[in-house]
Write a protein that binds this ligand. Structure first.
Ligand code: HAM
Length: 458
């Protein structure tokens, strides 16, 4: 990436409540500002995902930043980490419980039902790029506000759709230059019935072994023993090694569904690793679940994940609607791109810096800057009171190829100096010729135009 010239001035400090400024004058703990150098990555990412989604016929959707708490409680599951301890929940002035959305899928299902989208041709395919909120313990790659790009395919069930969803995610990682650095983990957690039988088998297995379980896992044993398989507690991890395996309980239909998904992946040339311990941290999944890992083991190394959620709509009171979806964390993707030295082509680099001296020069500068920008020349002007020397130092830091200098003499003579910052040469031209000279120097193909009539492509 062409680093933003002023990047050296930005510190990566996040809200830590320990250094620098004290609350409330720093970002809340676990949250971060997205400064210009990272915005280049965000913009690039959005461009790539929009392109891929557009190709696949997906439409963009945005739901409110918060929902009634019940939407998440019912779908993500009461015993999940997200619902039990990570939601930003508060009451509005009328005592209604609202929650900042910790993920996007439940809200989009709510929207699907609310707007009667079952009447549209199925499947309905959406994508979103939005901030989400989870009150997690902050650490590398784990934030309390983070961005996700995600998509949902709702209204049909077929192994080919699962493979297609994985393919889309895989292609996007590839476009971003990190496809080869990620490992696709995949599992099938079965249908409701086989999961019920399996859950009972797990209950029997842990019965009498409670003393080895942490308090948290004891609670999971009561409410949802499946989640014990996802435990991070050492003793439980050891206990889990001899726990009943789901492959002995999976129904014939689910096994066939899974085999078919894997067959498609093989045909598409997508490498995968079957992982029977992959259960995901949200309760709404059934059948296919998958994650992309950055190669190292551990939850925060999941750069994206998703799966099938055929029962979610009904939980929210909607019609039975099979669906599959996926989301990737933008911060984790960006970190992965940086680790792998992926450079982002930047359109932000300036072409021209206009420096001036004196009030009359400033009056000449303003229309000049305006006209240069109109002609597609990315222009910045020093409109403060600094000496020309200092203004040129700033121009140097922005690494502009050209400077236009207008001082007292130039105003008097109706001229301007064009300095080639790379060669160190300069020439005086008539004021009326500056714009043409600059357009020619920058080159037609490098000019930056925006046509409001261009087709909209969210
Ligand atoms: P998730 O696995 O909870 O799934 O999150 C998806 C991705 O969001 C993760 O793989 C990770 O990259 C990123 N992520 C999650 N939590 C954080 C965090 N605290 N800080 C930074 N990044 C984070 C879902 O959210 C599902 N809604 C995905 C889905 C869509 N399933 C079906 N459709």
């Amino acid at each position: 990436m062409n680093k933003h010239p002023a990047a050296m001035n930005y510190s990566d400090e996040e809200g830590s409540e320990s250094e620098g400024l004290t609350p409330p004058f720093q970002t809340p703990k676990g949250m971060h500002d997205i400064l210009p150098p990272d915005h280049e990555y965000h913009t690039y990412l959005k461009k790539i995902v929009r392109h891929r989604c557009r190709q696949a016929g997906f439409k963009r959707i945005t739901t409110p930043i918060l929902e009634y708490t019940e939407v998440f409680k019912r779908t993500i599951g009461e015993v999940t980490d997200i619902v039990s301890k990570e939601m930003y929940t508060f009451e509005d002035r009328k005592g209604r419980s609202l929650t900042l959305k910790p993920e996007g899928t439940a809200s989009i299902c709510r929207a699907y039902i609310q707007h009667g989208m079952q009447n549209l041709p199925q499947p309905v395919e959406f994508f979103y790029i939005e901030p989400h909120f989870r009150y997690e313990r902050p650490q590398a790659g784990r934030y309390r506000q983070f961005w996700q790009f995600g998509f949902e395919v709702m209204g049909e069930s077929d192994p080919a759709l699962d493979a297609q969803a994985i393919l889309l995610a895989y292609r996007i990682y590839g476009d971003l230059g990190i496809g080869d650095t990620l490992k696709l983990q995949i599992n099938n957690i079965g249908d409701l019935n086989s999961r019920k039988i399996y859950t009972e088998a797990l209950r029997d297995y842990y019965f009498g072994k409670e003393r080895y379980l942490s308090e948290e896992d004891k609670q999971r044993l009561q409410k949802n023993p499946l989640r014990i398989l996802d435990s991070k507690h050492e003793d439980t991890i050891i206990l889990n090694q001899s726990a009943p395996k789901f492959k002995d309980f999976i129904s014939k239909e689910s096994q066939e569904f899974h085999d078919e998904v894997l067959e498609y992946l093989t045909d598409l040339g997508i490498p995968y690793e079957e992982n029977e311990t992959l259960v995901r941290g949200l309760d709404y999944y059934n059948q296919t679940v998958f994650e992309f890992w950055d190669g190292k083991k551990g939850a925060q190394n999941s750069v994206g994940g998703g799966g099938r959620y055929d029962g979610l709509m009904e939980i929210l009171g909607g019609p039975a609607t099979p669906a599959i979806g996926f989301a990737m964390g933008l911060e984790r993707v960006i970190a992965q791109m940086k680790r792998n030295k992926v450079r982002v082509p930047s359109k932000d680099d300036l072409h021209v810096f206009v420096a001036q001296l004196g009030r009359q020069a400033k009056k000449t500068c303003l229309p000049l800057i305006n006209e240069l920008r109109d002609r597609g020349v990315k222009t910045m002007g020093a409109l403060g009171k600094g000496a020309i020397k200092n203004q040129l130092k700033i121009a140097d830091r922005f690494k502009v190829p050209y400077c236009v200098l207008i001082g007292l003499t130039e105003v008097r003579e109706g001229t301007a100096i064009i300095r080639n910052m790379i060669k160190g040469s300069q020439k005086t031209v008539k004021m009326s010729e500056v714009v043409e000279e600059m357009v020619k120097a920058i080159g037609k193909n490098n000019l930056d135009f925006y046509d409001p009539k261009d087709p909209v492509n969210e």
